[in-house]
Design a protein around this ligand. Sequence first.
Ligand SMILES: C[S@@+](CC[C@H](N)C(=O)[O-])C[C@H]1O[C@@H](n2cnc3c(N)ncnc32)[C@H](O)[C@@H]1O
Length: 308
Amino acid sequence: METEFKHIPIMLSEVTSGLNIRPDGIYLDCTIGGGGHSSEILNHLTTGKLIGIDKDQDAIEACKKRFAGKDNVILYKGDFKQIDLILNELNINSLDGVLLDLGVSSHQIDTALRGFSFRFDAPLDMRMDRSQNFSALDVVNKYSFSRLMRVISEYGEEPYARSIAFNIIKNRPVTTTKQLASIIENSMPKKVVFSRRGAHKKTFQAIRIEVNGELDRLFESILYLITKLNKGGRMAVLTFHSLEDRIVKNAFKLCATECICPPGTPICVCGHKKSIKLINKKPIIASKDEQKQNPRSTSAKLRIIEKI
Ligand SMILES: C[S@@+](CC[C@H](N)C(=O)[O-])C[C@H]1O[C@@H](n2cnc3c(N)ncnc32)[C@H](O)[C@@H]1O
């Protein structure tokens, strides 16, 4: 059974004020989810327009209901990694603001049948876009030992990646979330299972990142989106994983740098021009209150830039 779309938008006021919204601007929410942030952006628009993208059809359906009757909202089911094609198709040439709230929605995690969570017993799946052929079943049952270990170790930062990958392979086929969770538990010392809040979290996160290609072309997409921003336009990016945040930080750093010639080059030969300024040098994190009320905000980092 499908659940109602529930997701609490993270750092809502920080995101909205960070975007410095123009009432007549064109805003792009690349990861609209349940439309929490978008709804607040819309509250600031008069003649402006909002484009909302998500690769999850559930999110698009939820937003169709939420924004029914609003003629300044365009919803598009797609992947923001193909934003060049999407903006072309929508005939949008420039933007006044862009939001990326990366990662997974509470709706996806909390819907048992989506197979994202070890809290429910369900077939392994974890696809944000259910029209995609590749799912968690493929990662868990088809990857070689070294590839599986690398995914779990890199994306999950899991110190027990080696023994988890080994035991997954030994127990193939692994088809359900509970089966995977119990393999993970049995791959680490009992005291670690008890001391960690959610022994399985890191491995589930790693497999989810791999299934959805969450880090692929993120850097290039950010660079492209910056080229589409009007002068004074802003981009806000919320990340939930250190690798994701590093990609965002590096993309912003590159665009905020005037020349990228190797140190010591007598005159600039790269021709690279600074195109943005950083609004916050250090990432903004959720307030203690928000972290208490919504534990999913604990790992969130917000970075904001302005086009110059
Ligand atoms: C954290 S939720 C967004 C929540 C939203 N800001 C809100 O307030 O309801 C992330 C959403 O981004 C979507 N998503 C993740 N990667 C995507 C991509 N590459 N292209 C399009 N949507 C993506 C997911 O399907 C999910 O619905």
